[in-house]
Each structure stands twice: as structure tokens, then as C-alpha cells.
Design a protein around this ligand. Structure first.
Ligand code: UD1
Length: 427
């Protein structure tokens, strides 16, 4: 299995390109199931999760074609055509490996009047149920049946009615699923306490480009007027704010100076506020965002929250960075239980972190020391990369497949700005 080897201590500087957002890509791709016309997505990141989602779409009857991209380019252009759905089922084998597969439920149900999706089961960062996806779909007219680990959703008369639903807890995925289903309903829908993440705005904008009628985009109340059909569109995936935030932490932890080319600072306010609080310079540039650290880092107290709050997907990377800050930082994880699996690994590199329930107290240390480490999820793996960039000696991060799910050509991007990093294959 591959490992990433890092010899730490290099200061990063230069221009680093930011790819299209993984989490936007994974909700834009299933939009192609809503129409028989082609949906062309530009700036789609080259990631294992995007490939995996493409295979799922293929199983449902969609064709996926990659166009006109050179190997050296970041991102790709993909045209997805679903002339006819040949299957309405997302099987266990796929959903088990990629939780985002649940996002075909809404669109398949809306298009075909029925869908069968395996229940995702456990996940490394908590138990992550899908009850809210199901309740929201029920509220707009779906009938649900559970059997043998699958949920079967049907739309009486072949088409959802539309309806009103207020989320008791903000859920990104459940908001995406119900919006994708409601756009083709017979009547209108009102979704309250909807997630407001920029990826949801991206989804709504793409659906509008396909002919959907959605008001309140970017707010927590989405009003959707169902239409009889959607048409094709060409749409560019938004830049990845979590990838950009991760590389911002890389600049900070190495005392470096990076221009994150293509990043959109407006989507990353909570991250940039926290970076500035730590003493890092963050300034918009013509092409993106410049992040520079020329003095010691200071401690920060952070609690994760739904957008526009501090993203849970940035928690692990900030923790790595704050290990090297002077003073004590307190991080509180409010979104997922069990999202501190990186803590013991950071501790093996010399970090001083105490976890009490959902709170982690990080005492800054003078140095981290390289070690063989591994993580059980994507962002936790990135936190180990960041620690490795700052550590003395060599760090070997195992289970690289987590990183390949969410960071396009990580080692190439980092070595181009001065990191001593390579991928090693153990055969
Ligand atoms: C998405 C992101 C993930 C990010 C998360 C929170 C994708 C592919 N993934 O995940 O990277 O960390 O948002 O920003 O976009 N919940 C329920 N019942 C449900 C659904 C969710 O109780 O039916 C709970 C979850 O357990 C969690 C909270 O709601 O505690 C938020 O989860 P949610 O926003 O749904 O996360 P995802 O959409 O899975």
C-alpha cells in the first residue's frame, strides 16, 4: 500500500492551485440523473470519490465522458448523460465504500418515481444516520419501506407532491437530497432550517441553470416550485474551500507564504478569521488568497458549527497547526462525535492534546517529531500531513487512499511549493 513520505522543516512558498470542491462535485454529479439531456461539469476534481460516484451513475444507466483535459491539468470536464435510468438501486457494495452515494436517492426517486438505496451503516467519524434524509423526502410525498438493509422510496402516482419540512438539525446531505427531489415535484416545497453551505448554493445554482425554480438560495429557507422537466447545462464546480483551508494551514505551520490560486475567500470566512486570530496574514489577491505566517503562531479557541460557522472538515487541520502555536487552544467538535481520531497519532509525533468528550485542549509544543502514522478518515489524514511538514525528521503517512478521496495530487501540489514530500509504493 502507498505511503506519503515527508521530511519536515521546509518553508512553503509560491503559488498553489486549488481544485474544484469534492463535496460540491458529489452533489452536482447526481443532478445529471434528473434530466435526459447532458450535464457538463467543468473543474471537476480528479479524486477517487469522484471516480467512484461516476461508477455509481454508470450503474444507474448514465454515461460519463471525460473531455479535452490534458494529463497535466488539474480538474477535468465530464459530461454525464442519463437518457434513461436502467436501474433505480444503489447497492450496498457501493454505498458502504462511499457514503455520499446516498445522494442518488432524491434524484432517482424524482426521476423514476422509485429508488432503492442501501443504508450506509457505520462510518469512521461517528454513526452518521440518514433519518433526516428520509423524513425530508417523506414530507414532500415519498413513501418509505425498510427491508434487508435497504430503504425503498416510492412516489405515489409516479411523482412527488412537494411539501413543507423543517429540519430539526442542520444537515448538508439531507438538504441536498430533498432539494434534488423537490425540483421535479408536482407542487411547491418549503425547506426550513436548510443547510447554507456554499456547496448547497452551488447545487441550487446548477439546478437553476437546468431550469429549476428555487428561491432563497444561500439562506436557511429554500422555496422550490416543482417543474415538469429539467434540461441540460454546463456548470463549473466551485473551488474547494476545505482544500484551500488545508493548504492555508500548511503555509501557517511552516512559516510560509502561499498564494492559493482559484480559492474564493468569501466562502472561507470562519477559516480566515481563525487564521488571523492565530496571527496569520490572509489577504485576497487577484487570483485567489495569499496566506503568510512570518511570526510565531498564537492559540485560538474554535467550536465547529454549520456554515457560516467553523467547518468540522477544518477541525483536524487546525488542530495540527495549533500544536505548533504558543499557548493553549481549545477546540470543540459539535457536528460529529468521535472526530478526534487524529489525536493519538499527533501525540505520537510529540503533540500535547487532552480530549474531554467533545472538547480538545491543545497545548503548543516547540517541536514535533516525524513518525510513521496513519489516520482513519480524510481530514484526519491531512492533519498528519500538516504535522509532518513541520516536524523534525521523516513522517510516513499510511492509508493514502483516504487522501486520494479528497486531495487532488497532494504531493505534487506541495512539492511544487517547496515541501520534501513523495509517494512511496510498498508494492
Ligand atoms: C457533509 C460533508 C462532510 C461534512 C459534513 C458537515 C459531503 C459529501 N460531506 O456530510 O464533509 O463534514 O457535511 O459539514 O458533502 N445527521 C443526522 N441524520 C441525518 C443526517 C445527518 O442525525 O439523516 C447528523 C449527522 O450525524 C451529523 C450532523 O447531522 O451529526 C450533520 O451531518 P450532515 O450535515 O448531514 O453531514 P453530511 O451531509 O453527511
Amino acid at each position: 500500500m502507498d505511503r506519503i513520505l515527508i521530511r519536515g522543516g521546509n518553508r512553503l512558498s509560491g503559488r498553489l492551485p486549488i481544485s474544484g470542491a469534492k463535496n460540491a462535485a458529489l452533489t452536482l454529479m447526481p443532478c445529471a440523473l434528473l434530466t435526459d439531456e447532458p450535464l457538463t461539469l467543468r473543474n471537476l476534481p480528479r479524486l477517487a470519490d469522484v471516480d467512484g460516484f461516476g461508477h455509481l451513475l454508470n450503474q444507474l444507466g448514465a454515461s460519463t465522458a471525460i473531455e479535452g483535459t490534458r494529463p497535466e491539468d488539474f480538474g477535468r470536464v465530464m459530461t454525464i448523460r442519463t437518457g434513461k435510468l436502467t436501474s433505480t438501486e444503489a447497492p450496498y457494495d457501493i454505498v458502504r465504500k462511499m457514503r455520499a452515494s446516498i445522494l442518488v436517492l432524491g434524484p432517482v426517486l424524482a426521476r423514476a418515481g422509485e429508488a432503492r438505496v442501501s443504508l450506509p451503516g457505520g462510518c469512521a467519524i461517528g454513526n452518521r444516520p440518514i433519518d433526516l434524509h428520509l423524513k425530508a423526502l417523506e414530507a414532500i410525498g415519498a413513501e418509505l419501506e425498510m427491508a434487508a438493509g435497504y430503504v425503498r422510496a416510492t412516489a405515489p402516482g409516479g411523482r412527488l407532491s412537494g411539501g413543507r419540512y423543517r429540519f430539526p438539525v442542520v444537515s448538508v446531505g439531507a438538504t441536498e437530497n430533498v432539494v434534488m427531489a423537490a425540483v421535479l415535484a408536482r407542487g411547491g416545497s418549503v425547506i426550513e432550517n436548510a443547510a447554507r453551505e456554499p456547496e448547497i448554493v452551488d447545487l441550487c445554482n446548477c439546478l437553476v441553470a437546468m431550469g429549476a425554480r428555487i428561491a432563497g438560495i444561500g439562506t436557511d429557507t429554500l422555496e422550490i416550485e416543482g417543474v415538469d422537466r429539467l434540461h441540460g447545462a454546463t456548470y463549473a464546480v466551485m473551488p474547494d474551500r476545505i482544500e484551500a483551508g488545508s493548504y492555508a494551514c500548511a503555509a501557517a505551520i511552516t512559516g510560509g507564504d502561499l498564494e492559493l490560486v482559484g480559492a474564493n475567500v468569501a466562502d472561507m470566512q470562519a477559516t480566515t478569521d481563525a487564521l488571523r486570530e492565530a496571527g496569520v496574514t490572509v489577504e485576497p489577491t487577484r487570483d485567489g488568497v495569499r496566506v503568510a505566517a512570518d511570526g510565531p503562531l498564537g492559540p485560538v479557541n474554535i467550536a465547529t458549527a454549520p456554515y457560516p460557522g467553523f467547518a468540522t472538515d477544518m477541525q483536524a487541520q487546525f488542530m495540527a497547526m495549533l500544536c505548533m502555536a504558543g499557548g493553549t487552544s481549545v477546540l470543540t467538535e459539535t457536528i460529529f462525535e468521535n472526530r478526534y481520531m487524529h489525536v493519538p497519532e499527533l501525540a505520537r509525533m510529540g503533540a500535547d492534546i487532552q480530549v474531554h468528550g467533545r472538547t480538545a485542549v491543545v497545548k503548543g509544543v516547540d517541536r514535533l517529531v516525524g513518525a510513521p502514522v496513519m489516520a482513519t478518515d480524510l481530514r484526519a489524514s491531512m492533519s498528519l500531513i500538516l504535522a509532518g511538514l513541520a516536524a523534525d525528521g521523516e513522517t510516513a503517512v499510511a492509508r493514502v487512499y483516504h487522501l486520494d478521496r479528497g486531495y487532488e495530487r497532494l504531493e505534487e501540489k506541495l512539492s511544487a511549493v517547496g515541501a520534501d514530500i513523495e509517494r512511496a509504493s510498498d508494492g
